[in-house]
Design a protein around this ligand. Sequence first.
Ligand code: FAD
Length: 336
Amino acid sequence: MAIERLEEGEGNMGNILVIGEHQEGKVRKVTEELVSKAAEIGSQLSAEVLVAFVGATLPEAPDLGSFGAKKIYLVSSPKMTKYSPDGFAKVLEALIKEVSPSIVLGTAGPFGKDLFPRLSAKVGAGLATDCTNLKVHEGKLVATRPIFAGKALTDVLFQTPIQMATTRPNSFIPKVVSVGQKAELLKKEIDPGELKAVVREILQGQVGKTDLTEASVIVSGGRAMKSAENFKLLQGLADSLGATVGASRAAVDSGYASHDMQVGQTGKTVNPNLYIACGISGAIQHLAGMRTSKVIVAINKDPEAPIFKKADYGIVGDLFQLIPLLTTEFKRILSE
Ligand code: FAD
């Protein structure tokens, strides 16, 4: 693994600030994962874990103390009823200046991907995006991130006073380190000033249940599904496993699935515990979006399909026969 050096500067060890994500007053699982990892790193650096939530409506009493958080900043601003890129960046810049963390972490979802480059520029921090692991080396953060469409991993070491990283959802397991432990809640109001852009409406995508980027089980279909109607077969399999349905670009371009279901280089990057690829050949652009999945199962009638080189388990056969069989069997086993 290579060590990439970012900007020059001196490092000093302060606390770890996690930028929390919330929806409808609830803390998202991705934040519990990240706080757990931050607590692990914090114990090696003798650093405390702080969490910040920003918005107009905030989680009232986030239960993150048990995951290792010591302080939770609830930063409200009536101007930010919805996510505002420059508003959130300005508010968090002010908070970072006040609490002086050495490490700032967020999730590499749509929110983190939009926010962190702005925030890192504002506070002059080196930023490693889309990481799959975080560790400590000689008292400093080391962020591991996939490069070359996931073919290699690189370790990023920071040389700026603030070390910033975003991590893929499902990279870490949320761990309760201290049952019943409460974090100190600190309410703040920070005015972002005039907002350059205001988000008026956020439309719900067609994907049901959990968003693909956060799903722990994904069933994806490719060109071989042949029609949008046949995708219902995949939905049945997904339902039996509590999974979210994804698609290859060929399936999306053919009109079998909507674009928000696309996995890959020009679609979503996913990191589930289980990825079942049905009738997907395994093109490099598809692998770029799912190769860090913990377990990959491929169903394909061609034993030479490239997906089998990446799969942990492969089933050679016709998906139209196999998917109904698997659905029935999973339902039976999981209802026992
Ligand atoms: P195919 O490659 O046609 O594979 C279909 C597979 O189904 C075959 O392996 C076949 O053996 C199998 N099959 C057929 N019938 C059955 C059956 N009855 N039962 C079981 N197996 C069956 N692709 C993405 O997915 N995501 C991206 O984000 C993406 N971005 C791209 C960006 C660029 C710049 C470019 C150039 C391409 C991109 N692509 C992307 C496209 C990518 O190169 C492939 O064309 C695409 O992934 C192929 O999709 P597929 O595997 O569904 O189809």
